[in-house]
Each structure stands twice: as C-alpha cells, then as structure tokens.
Design a binder for this molecule. Structure first.
Ligand code: AHG
Ligand code: MN
Ligand code: MN
Length: 304
C-alpha cells in the first residue's frame, strides 16, 4: 500500500511482489535509474555555472545537434546501468546502435533491456527551462545469457514492464509505472532521497490545456487544424488554454497534474511527426494510460 511521503527505496521494496517476474532485478534497475537521475540532476543544476551548456559539436543519430548535457546524461545513465550489471542491453536516443552488456559474472542472467531518452528538451537547457529523462523497460525476448539482439529492443509498447520519466524542474521528480498505476516521487536535494509526493497519479478530468507547437500549424492535417479551432472556440468551457514548453516531459507532466492534451502532429521538418516511438511515445503512452488517459498516433492506440 503506497503511503504518502514514504521513500522511493521503501516503496520499491514494498511493491516488489507486484512485478510479474519478481526476482528483485527490476527493483534494482529502478534503483539504478534513481541514482543516475540524482547525478544528472546535480549536473543540470550546475548549468550556467560551469561550461556544460551549449553544443557538444556532434550530430546525434536523430540528426540533431547534441548538447553537452545530452552527452553527460547519456554517459551517466549508461555508466550506472552498466556498472551495476543489472540490464543486458541499453538503447539510447543518443547512440547509433544498442549497447550489449556482457557482464563480468559468468552466465549472467539479466533479463531486462532499457531504452531511454537521456535528456529530453535539451534545446531548453540554455534558457533555464525544465528538461527530463524518459525510460522504458522490456523483458528480453532472446535467451538469457546470450548477447541481446535488435528484436529485444523493437518490441511493441504494450510489452513494456515499466516506464517512467524524471523531470528536472523547480523540484526534481521521478514518475514511473510498472503497470499498477503511476506514482510520483520528489527529490529532497538536501538528503538525496526521493519521497512519494504524488501517489496514484491520475489525469485531472476537467483539464482545459492543449499543448502543441502552433508554429507548425500550416502543415497540420485538416483534422488537427479543426480540433485546434475547436479548442479556441467561445463555447461551454472553451476556449482552452494553450501551454507549450517544448520539453515533452514537462508538457506531459503539467498535463498529468492539471489535465489536458499534448500533440505533436506532422510538420514541414518532420512529415511523420517528431516524437520517437521507442524513446518517447511508448513510455509516455504507458504512463498516460496508467494515469487514466489515452495515447494515439492520430489513428490508432500507440501501445500496440
Ligand atoms: P529531445 O530534446 O530529446 O530531442 O526531444 C525534444 C522533443 C520533445 O521534448 C519536445 O516535445 C519536442 O521535441 C519539441 O519540439 P519543437 O521544438 O519542434 O516544438
Ligand atoms: Mn526527447
Ligand atoms: Mn533527448
């Protein structure tokens, strides 16, 4: 039973039995993520003080300019998950290929792979706006003890065993689900401990926020244009309020708490939309559904 203000460590131990294949491995994995998140949080908070903002001078696999903090967050998560040898593979938005973790232990039996967007909203870092981390966890489909394969990562979203995000905002929060609702933990930076501040998170039913980059309006499909006009009409509880941060994690987090819809339709630059299925859409869809919301690609449910 989740108790407000219990620590994340206590919560993980108490809820371990909820995991389908409980062996403590998934708990250890979440534990590593919370540790890496603390380290990234520390770095993010130093932005502006030391030379960690701006471009790293590389273009990542998505064709985007890598920021120094993208690289730093990516390295931190990979290092933490690799050192503790609790996953068998990692795929990151910032890496061209997936990483195989062989482990030092002979016949290591790690069952999980992690997919992540180590720093989401990184174009906002220079202007002191909240950024985040998104993660998605699957049970491998290839035999345990062998090197991971692409098919371990390319699984449908509805096979995720856990997903979550960290928002490095006015306070730092870790929000995650293992398919039994969504819980949010806030970091007390003085103690380095996360406390359950938002138990059993549910989208507010009477939300009135829509979030979309309206600069791309001319390229939206007609249905989306019509919907935006609907949001703006003077009728009933409308017009709705427009809020767009440009950090998916922060936009979704705000909508979870206040209620609302987030959209990233096609644009001139991204004719198929910009958000990445494995690193952004699947984990956010899992969280949204577990919080009583829905997630669609405009035609069908994302979690298939
Ligand atoms: P990332 O920083 O990981 O590349 O992701 C950025 C994404 C997402 O966070 C955000 O919702 C979206 O890009 C914003 O895109 P626009 O600036 O095109 O609106
Ligand atoms: Mn992102
Ligand atoms: Mn990113």
């Amino acid at each position: 039973m989740a108790r407000k203000n219990q620590t994340l460590g206590e919560f993980i131990i108490e809820n371990q039995s909820e995991f389908q294949y409980s062996s403590g491995e998934l708990s250890r994995l979440i534990n590593s993520i919370r540790l890496a998140a603390k380290m990234v949080n520390h770095e993010v908070n130093k932005a502006g003080l030391v030379d960690i903002t701006g471009s790293a001078g590389e273009i990542n696999t998505q064709g985007e300019d890598q920021q120094k903090l993208d690289v730093l967050a990516n390295d931190t998560f990979i290092r933490t998950l690799t050192n503790r040898e609790i996953v068998c593979g990692i795929a990151s938005e910032e890496n061209d290929d997936f990483i195989t973790i062989e482990g030092h232990k002979e016949n290591h039996s790690n069952k999980y792979v992690v997919l992540m967007d180590p720093l989401d909203g990184s174009s906002n870092i220079d202007v002191n706006v909240s950024v985040g981390t998104i993660f998605s966890i699957y049970r491998r489909v290839t035999p345990v003890g062998t090197p991971v394969q692409l098919e371990d990562f390319l699984q449908p979203g509805n096979l995720q065993v856990a997903a979550g995000y960290i928002v490095y905002g006015t306070s730092t929060m870790l929000v995650y689900t293992t398919g039994h609702g969504v819980n949010g933990f806030t970091l007390n930076p003085a103690l380095g401990t996360y406390y359950l501040s938002h138990p059993n998170m549910k989208f507010s039913e009477d939300g009135n926020i829509y979030s979309v980059n309206e600069g791309n309006y001319n390229h939206f499909p007609q249905g989306v244009k019509d919907y935006i006009k609907y949001c703006q009409q003077d009728e009933d509880d409308r017009p709705y309020t427009s809020r767009y941060i440009g950090s998916l994690v922060s936009d979704i987090h705000r909508n979870m708490i206040k209620g609302g819809i987030y959209m990233y339709p096609q644009s001139a630059k991204s004719p198929n939309g910009k958000l990445r299925l494995l690193y952004e859409c699947n984990p956010m869809a899992f969280i949204a559904e577990q919080a009583g919301g829905t997630a669609s690609d405009g035609h069908t449910r994302i979690m298939i």
